[in-house]
Design a protein around this ligand. Structure first.
Ligand code: GAL
Length: 664
């Protein structure tokens, strides 16, 4: 199987490198701009561009037409200038003629409203007509450019994310359900259809969960989410198989949206030759660096621990938040090198040149409206230069972790539905809080699926897996039995795979493992409410539970209805935290548990705000603050970015980064 290594570390020939560049949409510009683009790309050290992401209408202006001339010229131009091409199948934005001639290719929302052309991603994953046109275009693209020397990688579609509640979807949803359940009886049982008279007597009665009078059947909605992820994956696979047939040696990817609800990335990642992601932390978010770290950890884990790629990030502001902030000087570099520290071997942007027209004209580019004189482009050049210094030493090295955070889309989907006890419990927020606690404790963290082999980890953390199937439960039990340490946050193991509440409110096997005798009631907290737990406060949630004999109450609720009951419970190597401790308290708790489990921080004595990550033998030090920081380091090292040999300690300036290798 080809991989990212084949692009960054090809056999013989070129030295290892980190891919650097971005989405290049030259069809938006007069052709006279192209030579200028190439000149600036070379100045910035760009070695990779992604072409064609939104080029469908340009290539196929009429059904069946093919206009490849402009793309031929671009592919040649890139090759002549030593820039590799990540070639996209432009199937995420069909041309207007498709919707006009084949309205059934357009998706519909839950209210039956059509998503018309005029924006992007307006395709029904279930439409055979859409799929036929997409396959034909992919076939011709692969035939034409498969042997072009500029081609380094295939980029299928773009950020698969379209839901469809329309008639095309109704048809494939039924087929998907028939495969899952075989009989209507099995479906009715799984969905608990006896409730509210929902029993289905014929497959034809089943629809996507469209607009309804009141709350929808949660298992119906859960299955619809599973199905949507699977249908999009089918679209991906169809195009992937076509390009693979033409170019078995060229790696294939599709760019994930990070931590995006619509796509079960654990299921998708093994279908790719390399995993890539688009990361857009908010420059104003005081914890943006932690978010960047979390997405890096998650993507690396989806890539099986191997190198992965940032397919898109922003050099400055995005334009889809309420208020869109630029990146202050140094932040682009810091977050870029941080992604490299977390295992990225490719660092690309959306997009090369900022558009002057269209919906994203206020979204930054590597070359902004200020052009080559702009501060943003100057920083881009610095980053390109630094990546060229790092490439040979860094590419291909792995990051290893002793801690895994468990995350599963099924649980997210089931847990976020209507009809639960608190709408304030937000899955991503909870996962992020737990990851942040580990990150601030200077611990390197992987992500894993609850059914993955966890034996390599000293500590496994479950922030909030409301739904756990039997395989996952047995896996967690086996992990602790084999000597692992497990910490579970509140609302873990409540439901089975059909979203049926387990007897007793938490799976009985898990209850025994965690030392819970009885879970009497859940007590969600209001937004401004804090649960007094003695040394700290809990937020979001609290629980009325009785510990089993032998379990140790590490912290208990003080006052109120839950007075004296456990907030943190320990049963040997299994821990249960029935609230969300405030950030410092969660960090302190996890630091203690990690220490007992034999997990060490990457470096002792690191100041707050400075992150350390080891990638192979290299030590990345990243200062996430505007203030200078001094870091004590063991032994003598050479900073690969400056060439300077450092010993004993090191000063990092505002957003400063050092990459330490052996002194030689
Ligand atoms: C991504 C998308 C790009 C661009 C970018 C803007 O979601 O793939 O095409 O729209 O966002 O941030």
């Amino acid at each position: 199987m080809p991989s990212l290594d084949d692009v960054t570390r090809p056999d013989g020939g070129r030295p290892p490198r980190i891919l650097f560049g971005g989405d290049y949409n030259p069809e938006q510009w007069p052709e006279e701009t192209w030579p200028e683009d190439v000149r600036l790309m070379k100045e910035a050290g760009v070695n990779s561009v992604t072409l064609g992401v939104f080029s469908w209408a340009r290539i196929e202006p009429r059904p069946g037409a093919r206009e490849f001339g402009w793309l031929d010229r671009l592919m040649d131009l890139m090759h002549e200038n030593g820039i590799g091409v990540v070639l996209a199948t432009p199937t995420s934005s069909p041309p207007p003629w498709m919707g006009r001639l084949h309205p059934e290719t357009l998706p519909r929302d839950a209210n039956g409203l059509t998503e018309w052309w005029g924006s992007r991603q307006h395709f029904s994953h279930s439409s055979p007509v859409y799929r036929r046109y997409a396959a034909a275009l992919t076939e011709d693209l692969a035939a034409r450019y498969g042997s072009h020397p500029a081609l380094t990688m295939w980029h299928i579609n773009n950020e698969y994310c379209t839901y469809d509640w329309g008639d095309e979807a109704a048809r494939t949803f039924r087929t998907w359900l028939q495969r899952r359940y075989a009989t209507l009886d099995a479906l009715n049982t799984a969905w608990g259809a006896a409730f509210w008279s929902q029993g289905y007597a014929s497959w034809d009665e089943i629809l996507p969960p469209r607009h309804a009078h009141y709350m929808k059947n949660p298992t119906h909605v859960l299955d619809f989410k599973r199905y949507t992820s699977d249908m999009l994956l089918e679209c991906y696979r169809a195009e992937r198989d076509i390009v693979r047939r033409h170019t078995p040696h060229i790696p294939v990817t599709t760019n994930f949206m990070p931590f995006w609800t619509g796509q079960d990335a654990w299921a998708w990642a093994p279908e790719e030759d390399l995993v890539s992601v688009d990361i857009y932390p908010d420059p104003k978010d005081p914890h943006g660096g932690q978010y960047n770290a979390m997405i890096g950890d998650m993507t690396r884990s989806q890539a099986g621990g191997g190198p992965w790629m940032v397919m898109e990030q922003a050099a400055g502001p995005v334009n889809w938040r309420g208020v869109n902030h630029p990146k202050p000087y140094g932040l682009n570099r810091l977050w870029s090198l941080q992604s490299v520290a977390h295992g990225a071997d490719g660092l690309c942007y959306f997009q090369w040149r900022q558009s002057r027209q269209g919906a994203e004209k206020f979204h930054s580019g590597m070359v902004g409206h200020a052009g080559q004189q702009g501060r943003v482009f100057r920083e881009v050049k610095e980053i390109g230069h630094e990546l060229s210094l790092l490439g040979a030493e860094v590419a291909g090295r792995r990051v290893t972790a002793d801690v895994a955070v468990l995350h599963d889309w099924n649980s997210w989907w089931a847990g976020e539905q209507d009809g639960r006890l608190s709408a304030l419990v937000d899955y991503t927020e909870i996962v992020r809080a737990w990851h942040r606690a580990l990150w601030e404790a200077h611990t390197t963290t992987d992500f894993a699926h609850p059914a993955h082999d966890l034996s390599a980890y000293r500590l496994v953390v479950v922030p909030h897996l409301y739904l756990l199937d039997d395989t996952a439960i047995e896996n967690l039990l086996g992990y602790v039995r084999a000597g692992g340490t497990l910490v579970c946050g509140f609302l873990t193991g409540v439901a089975d795979e059909d979203d049926r509440v387990r007897p007793g409110g938490i799976d009985p096997r898990l209850r025994e493992l965690l030392g819970i005798a009885t879970l009497h009631e859940w007590w969600p907290l209001d937004a401004d409410e804090r649960a007094d737990c003695g040394d700290f406060h809990g937020t979001h949630w609290s629980e009325e539970l009785t510990p089993a004999p032998g379990a140790e109450t590490v912290a208990s609720y003080k006052g109120g209805e839950l007075d004296g009951l456990p907030a943190v419970l320990r049963n040997g190597r299994a821990w249960y935290v029935s609230t969300l401790p405030e950030p410092t308290a969660l960090r302190t708790l996890l630091t203690r548990i990690a220490h007992e489990a034999g997990v060490r921080p990457v470096l002792d004595g690191l100041p707050d705000g400075v992150e350390a990550v080891r990638r192979g033998e290299l030590l990345f030090l990243l200062n996430h603050q505007r203030e200078e920081a001094t870091v004590r380091i063991p032994g003598r090292h050479r900073d690969l970015l400056t060439g300077v040999v450092v010993e004993g300690s090191l000063r990092l300036g505002r957003y400063g980064v050092a990459v330490l290798g052996e002194p030689s």
